[in-house]
Ligand binder design. Structure first.
Ligand code: ADP
Length: 607
């Protein structure tokens, strides 16, 4: 049977559809997740950076605030004022002691006393530059303000902060006190932050950073350096070059500060009190990595879910296909059983109708048979009546005429002739009595009793009775008897009656022949005595053979035969539990074979 595969063409089944849908859905979800997640992570990162920046700004301000008031305090000290006022030995040991003590007490890195012309009078540590007349913080202090300066030592690559305060006497500035603070501690605190944190001066130079190699570099490359040079102290706040993505501003740092392909989120805080810009950078690669991790996870989950769904759908499809196949097989089987049942039912019905027909036919047959039997009985009765009336009417008519004649003869006194007539009447009466006797035999009930009868004597008795007929026909009956007497279980008179009929028929058959022959063979086998009567008469036709034992069957002329002899003989032999068979002789004529069981004692003696 050709299988038709249902479903989508090109073998793209339900599983394929589910897998394709799953893949598309996974791709869409992954893309949306990527877009959304990156934004989310960036937002988180920005918030974190802002928090860090706030923290760093506050702690830096706190740190510097402590030192901001140090130079004014020292400048007001009477010893210091007195020292600058003395005008002599401004760089003497007393001044140095004060400077060293102040350094040790405040934790500042260095304390300097500077003359009004910018000459460094005393330094708690030896200094390279002895004249600071051009230093902006010195000038600010000389103007009566608090001088502030973020300095960067290129040699040590360390940043430090300088505060300068004027020493006054009677509103006149007589000197300047400078305190230098190391920013190493600040950097150490920043080291804990993994995002780059930088503090830039007005030119964009990195003065402080938690990245060792970033210090001293310009955050804005050549452009920044040029700006720094051009604007000197009055530089505006230099802004980072930024690219914007709606919500976020991304910064590409120059190569010298670990830039390259990295894009950073920048958070900036300007500390106006110190002319600083504090910046915290957050690498967007992190958000991207987080985003790609999430996307990968989503993709993986999507793929696993797709594979799972595909497997389930495939399994379901296979199961349902198998169920369909099984259902189809069951239906086929059911149909076959139904067809077969229908056939059987039909055959059954046919058989039943045949049986009914047969029964009807049988019934018909039985009816016809009984009708036939009835008809046959009636026919037999008619035949018999006809034969009997014929048989009896003739002698009765003869008797009547003989009686009339006898009466006339007696009247005329012709007694001897009358006696002759009477004796003829007597003979006719005898014949009629004989006929009647025959009929009686035929009608009588079978005699149950049998006794041992010697066949030969019975036969001689019969032949003696037949003597006149034999003589009349000129036939001599030959008797051939095997050695020993044959004694059968029979009745004397009845056996003689049978022999009389059979031998009589044989005599009738050969009557008129030139070479008449009638022979009786007496023999026996282990069970029966056998009497075979053969003649060379005309024989019996094949058609007649079937009927010769029927009552009233005769081929003889009316008045010569009654057709009862053989049927009576048949009945008698049957009573002896023997059998009688008529056959044609091969050499012409017929042979009647009578078999009668041997008498019991004889049989046992023979055995
Ligand atoms: P019936 O002698 O009165 O005719 P049976 O019953 O004795 O009656 O015989 C029936 C018929 O059988 C006879 O009419 C005759 O045709 C035939 N038949 C009997 N014996 C012989 C025989 N030996 N040869 C030829 N036909 C015979």
């Amino acid at each position: 049977m050709k299988r038709v595969r249902r479903g989508l063409p090109f073998g793209f089944g339900a599983t394929g559809a589910v897998v394709a849908a799953g893949l598309v859905a996974t791709a869409i979800v992954a893309t949306l997740t990527g877009l959304g997640a990156e934004r989310l992570f960036l937002r988180e990162q920005a918030a974190r950076a802002r928090d860090a920046l706030d923290f760093h700004a506050v702690s830096l301000e706190g740190f510097l605030d402590k030192y901001r008031i140090l130079p004014p305090l020292i400048a007001r000290h009477p010893d210091v004022v007195a020292h600058f006022d003395a005008g002599t030995e401004k760089d003497g040991p007393a001044a140095l002691r004060i400077a060293v003590t102040a350094t040790a007490m405040t934790g500042a890195d260095e304390v300097l006393f500077i003359d009004t012309d910018g000459t460094v009078l005393v330094a708690s540590k030896p200094v390279a530059d002895k004249n600071l007349a051009n230093a902006p913080y010195f000038r600010a202090a000389m103007e009566g303000r608090l001088g502030r300066f973020l300095s960067f030592d290129a040699a040590t690559e360390r940043g430090s902060y300088l505060f300068a305060a004027p020493v006054r006497k009677d509103d006149a500035v007589i000197g300047v006190v400078v305190a230098k603070v190391s920013l190493e501690d600040v950097e150490q605190a920043w080291a804990l932050s993994k995002d780059p944190v930088v503090a830039t001066d007005l030119s964009g130079r990195i003065v402080l950073s938690n990245r060792e190699d970033w210090r001293g570099r310009s955050l804005f490359g050549a452009r920044g350096r040029a700006l720094a040079r051009a604007t000197a102290d009055a530089a505006p706040v230099v802004r980072s070059p930024k690219s914007h993505d709606g919500e976020f501003a991304f910064v590409n740092l120059p190569d010298e500060v670990g830039g390259g392909a990295h894009r950073y989120l920048e958070e900036t805080a300007f500390l106006p009190l110190y002319d600083w810009t504090l910046r915290v950078y957050s690498d967007t690669a992190l958000a991207r990595a987080q985003m790609s991790n999430l996307v990968l996870t989503v993709l993986l989950a999507g793929l696993i879910a797709t594979a799972g769904a595909g497997y389930l759908v495939d399994r379901r499809g296979r199961l349902s296909r198998q169920m369909r196949r099984e259902r189809a097989a069951a239906l086929r089987l059911e149909r076959r059983v139904r067809d077969r049942t229908r056939e059987l039912t039909l055959a059954n019905a046919r058989l039943a109708s045949e049986v009914r027909e047969r029964e009807a036919t049988e019934e018909e047959l039985r009816r016809t048979q009984s009708e036939l039997v009835q008809a046959a009985k009636l026919a037999a009765l008619g035949q018999m009546s006809a034969a009997l009336s014929h048989e009896f009417n003739q002698p009765l008519a003869a008797i009547r005429s003989y009686a009339d004649n006898a009466a006339l003869l007696i009247e005329r006194d012709r007694k001897p002739e009358a006696a002759g007539n009477l004796s003829r009447i007597a003979a006719l009466v005898d014949r009629m009595a004989g006929l009647s006797r025959h009929l009686k035999t035929f009608a009588r009930k079978p005699e149950a009793t049998t006794r041992p009868i010697s066949v030969a004597p019975a036969l001689s008795e019969t032949l003696m009775l037949l003597g006149p007929r034999m003589r009349k026909a000129g036939v001599q009956v030959d008797v051939v008897q095997e050695a020993g007497d044959v004694v059968v279980d029979a009745g004397q008179v009845r056996l003689e009656q049978v022999l009389m009929n059979i031998v009589g028929n044989a005599l009738d058959a050969v009557a008129g022949r030139a070479d008449p022959m009638v022979r009786v063979d007496i023999s026996k086998d282990s069970c029966d005595g056998i009497i075979a009567v053969s003649d060379n008469g005309p024989g019996i036709s094949e058609a007649d053979l079937a009927h010769i034992f029927d009552p009233f069957f005769t081929t003889k002329d009316v008045g010569e035969g009654l057709g009862l002899g053989l049927s009576i003989a048949y009945k008698i032999i049957q009573d002896f539990r023997g059998m009688i068979v008529a056959e044609a002789r091969p050499e012409g004529g017929s042979v009647f074979t009578i078999r009668v069981p041997l008498s019991e004692p004889v049989r046992s003696a023979a055995e």
